[in-house]
Design a binder for this molecule. Structure first.
Ligand SMILES: Nc1nc2c(ncn2[C@@H]2O[C@H](COP(=O)(O)OP(=O)(O)OP(=O)(O)O)[C@@H](O)[C@H]2O)c(=O)[nH]1
Ligand SMILES: [Mg+2]
Length: 242
């Protein structure tokens, strides 16, 4: 059954409006989620890269049987995995999402259309407003709001979801980004770098976010407080670097 899905993913791949599309997914023990994500991947995606950090479940096996390129990164970390995945991506456009099936692969086509229509270079998929009552706790909503307000104030630009893990961007803008975070702060860091990029246009639109499958890897207090500190530190480090 897995084999026929792989053939379907490979055989139907086609260029999207003359752009090659790469999807990058970091995964740590997401055997349940990654199967659903890959089965729902649109046929026009040319390359799907799953970056696995030595998962102890069947994540790597499931992902490769469904046609993804599986990269093993030995050093743990969300940011570390993304940097590794980006370094081997070949698409003109890179799209990211979690392997836990909380971000909708079906939204990729409409995000791409919006990305092209808005002439964006970096499009952030905001999880807000959250419609699925079970998708995000009140504590997480509040934490996300605080972090997004902090980013908006520090960087003088309204960003509704500084912690979203779903982005669409031109691979070429990575050349002028300085991405240091190896951990969860990578999500806000790439948005800051896109906002501060000399030529890139940053846009944001909503998607429907839903409950994750499998176990959460985020530690809300530790990662939330660290991300707040990271925002402030990066803001003032940038200023003194000028
Ligand atoms: N390769 C790799 N992937 C990771 C690591 N930490 C988290 N991930 C993956 O990154 C994605 C985001 O992590 P989540 O635990 O879903 O964190 P989150 O999305 O902030 O939290 P939820 O909203 O509750 O899902 C998931 O696909 C994880 O499997 C890591 O150290 N290495
Ligand atoms: Mg998630």
């Amino acid at each position: 059954m897995l084999d026929s899905s792989r053939d379907r993913v490979r055989a139907s791949s086609q260029v999207y409006k003359e752009l090659r599309i790469t999807v990058v997914i970091p995964c740590l023990n997401e055997e349940q989620g990654i199967e659903k994500v890959l089965r729902r991947m649109p046929a026009f995606v040319d390359e799907t890269i799953v970056v696995d950090n030595n998962s102890t479940d069947r994540t790597a096996e499931v992902a490769s049987s469904l046609g993804a390129i599986v990269i093993r990164e030995d050093v743990r970390g969300y940011g570390r995995s993304y940097k590794r995945g980006f370094s081997i991506a070949t698409g003109d456009i890179i799209i990211t999402l979690d392997g836990d099936h909380s971000y909708p692969p079906d939204a990729i086509s409409y995000l791409l259309e919006a990305f092209l229509h808005l002439e964006a270079d970096f499009l952030n998929a905001s999880r807000f407003p959250v419609r699925d009552r079970h998708a995000m706790s009140f504590k997480h909503k509040l934490g996300n709001l605080i972090l997004s307000l902090a980013m908006s104030i520090l960087y003088f630009r309204w960003v509704r979801d500084s912690q979203s893990g779903m982005w669409v961007f031109r691979r070429s803008i990575l050349d002028q980004m300085s991405l240091e975070s190896d951990g969860m702060a990578f999500s806000e860091e790439i948005k800051i770098e896109a906002l501060m990029h000399p030529t890139a246009r940053f846009e944001e639109i909503s998607i429907l976010y839903s409950s994750r499958l499998g176990e959460i890897k985020l530690n809300p207090w530790r990662d939330g407080l660290y991300n707040l500190w990271f925002l402030v530190r990066k803001r003032f480090a940038r200023r003194s670097a000028r």
